[in-house]
Design a protein around this ligand. Structure first.
Ligand SMILES: C[S@@+](CC[C@H](N)C(=O)[O-])C[C@H]1O[C@@H](n2cnc3c(N)ncnc32)[C@H](O)[C@@H]1O
Length: 233
């Protein structure tokens, strides 16, 4: 199947779901329709996200507890586990979670790493996750979900970060020439900055990557948690 056809199918699934009372249901539909063929999952590259994997602090931080949000097929989670992090990775789609766990089972065994794969929803996370993670990673989730779920999810992310921990988000920035027929919907720079408004902003960087179509601008934003938010109940 050609990339255009895969994209067309994704838009069909998401448009249909948008007419229902469960606008996020298309993720599960897409993963189960793909039946294990990752070429039909348009965002899956079969490797960790480049902007996450090249984050300069990734290898210098002390490995603690990490949460990978909307983990998809799990390559970012496995990278963290290989670096010694105790990883929880979750996705809304049960098929994605099962697929990720099966795909990485052998390599995790070989690396003596573990990932706790879970089905969960960023708009309604378990209470025990509050302030529990030294690193919370979100790649390309917020830009693929509509409002009000997007804002709700973005407000929950900082609450999950432990005192002294980091929140790292990667996605597309909206520009005057951005293609707006989503998903994905590129995000306003100010909207991205507001994700961690109660945290200390470490850095927000913008990138134009050689493999992207011209005009696509990506961001990598990192915040550090002070004492105030992680103590919220
Ligand atoms: C664009 S994909 C990105 C997947 C992965 N992070 C990557 O970079 O390959 C967005 C992922 O978020 C998941 N997702 C969508 N809504 C979610 C929600 N409310 N809570 C958790 N995961 C969600 C989807 O099932 C999908 O796997």
């Amino acid at each position: 199947m050609e990339l255009d056809e895969v994209r067309e199918r994704l838009l069909q699934f998401s448009d249909e779901a948008a007419q229902t009372d469960d606008p996020l249901s298309w993720f599960e539909e897409l993963y189960s329709w793909a039946e294990g063929n990752s070429e039909w999952i348009p965002w899956d590259k079969g490797e960790p996200n480049l902007l996450f994997a090249s984050w300069p602090h990734l290898t210098s931080l002390e490995a603690g507890r990490a949460l990978v949000v909307g983990c998809g097929l799990g390559d970012d989670a496995v990278l963290l586990a290989g670096l010694g992090w105790k990883v929880t990775a979750f996705d809304l789609s049960p098929s994605a979670v099962k697929w990720a766990a099966e795909k990485h089972e052998e390599v995790l065994k070989l690396a003596s790493g573990t990932v706790d794969w879970q089905v969960a929803d960023i708009t309604n996370t378990p209470t025990e996750w509050k302030g529990a993670f030294d690193l919370v990673l979100e790649v390309h989730l917020l830009q693929t979900i509509p409002e009000p779920e997007r804002s709700l999810g973005s407000q929950i992310l900082p609450i999950l970060v432990a005192e002294g921990g980091h929140l790292l988000c990667v996605g597309r920035i909206r520009t005057p020439t951005s293609e707006m027929e989503g998903p994905p919907w590129p995000l306003e720079r100010q909207w991205v900055l507001d994700i961690g408004e109660e945290m200390e902003l470490s850095i927000i960087e913008e990138f134009e990557l050689p493999d992207d179509e011209p005009g696509i601008v990506r961001y990598r934003a990192v915040w550090r948690q002070g004492a105030a938010v992680s103590q919220m109940t």
